[in-house]
Design a protein around this ligand. Structure first.
Ligand SMILES: [Zn+2]
Length: 265
């Protein structure tokens, strides 16, 4: 069952990959045949099987033998993990809750990979995430531990987090982080609440430092190498959503059991 869900995730990732590669170019992604970006040859269904086609073709186009970007299988695998892990942790809370989070996390994946490639956090994707949260809440759904995006508290969180990042951005002359990161921090504050956002940003800094150190020690970068911090924030948001709820539930269950046992004596 989990394998089937993972395969569905790979297929979703295939579409997400199309969005990631077409959105920055301003191309529409709802229809239109997939083509090799190098030779323009229309791709057949057997060239488009997630991950498998990439492996069989050894990462090269069948028609012009140019290299296919590693990001295609990477996006598909990330999507597979998102769908399968969220099925495990989030679907027990209801089908709508699970599908809502799959949509949100795939959107964060789109933001992340566009930032990795172009150092741009797409405003349109952030608006879609915000609109999805708004619709979900109006529909009657609740996001555990996040508060309402229509509350004064979360609005204040958003303004505060945006201002902190905005100040860092203006004082560093945009060298450390970009304006997009400030908008993203504001978005997190609005939809996740303050402490969840602080945790997500903290984890993003750890990921950033880890990636920076790996680049320096492997000789591929220096302290001056520009890093896509927004992408780290998105990956951090994905990881903390996937594992935070499951883990905090388990910790809570552990304490419930403990209290129950203590009461017995
Ligand atoms: Zn080609």
């Amino acid at each position: 069952m989990t394998l089937l869900i993972f395969l569905i995730g790979l297929a979703v990732g295939s579409f997400v990959g199309v969005v990631i590669h077409r959105l920055p170019k301003g191309e529409q992604f709802v229809s239109g045949r997939s083509r090799c970006p190098d030779c323009g040859h229309a791709l057949k269904w057997y060239d488009l099987v997630p991950v498998l086609s990439f492996l069989i073709l050894l990462g090269r186009c069948r028609y012009c033998r140019n290299k296919i970007s590693w990001s295609y299988p990477a996006i598909e695998i990330c999507s597979g993990i998102i769908v399968a892990v969220s099925f495990f942790f989030l679907s027990p809370y209801g089908l709508a809750y699970w599908l809502f989070w799959v949509f949100i996390l795939e959107s964060f994946l789109i933001l992340a990979f566009i930032d990795l490639k172009h150092f741009i956090l797409a405003d349109s994707v952030m608006v879609v995430i915000l609109a999805a949260f708004a619709c979900y809440e109006i529909w009657g759904g609740k996001v555990a531990g996040a508060g309402s995006i229509f509350s004064f508290g979360n609005l204040a969180n958003a303004v505060l987090l945006f201002l902190i990042f905005f100040l860092i951005w203006s004082f560093s002359n945009g060298k450390g982080i970009g304006l997009g990161d400030a908008k993203l921090a504001g978005l997190l504050g609005l939809v996740f609440g303050f402490w969840n956002s602080v945790f997500i940003l903290y984890l993003a800094v750890i990921i950033g430092v880890a990636v920076g150190l790996i680049l320096i020690f492997s000789g591929k970068g220096s302290l001056k190498t520009k890093l896509p911090f927004g992408a780290f924030i998105c990956f951090s948001a994905i990881v903390s959503t996937l594992f935070n709820y499951g883990v905090s539930e388990r910790i809570a269950e552990f304490f419930r059991q403990l209290i129950f046992k203590v009461n017995l004596f």
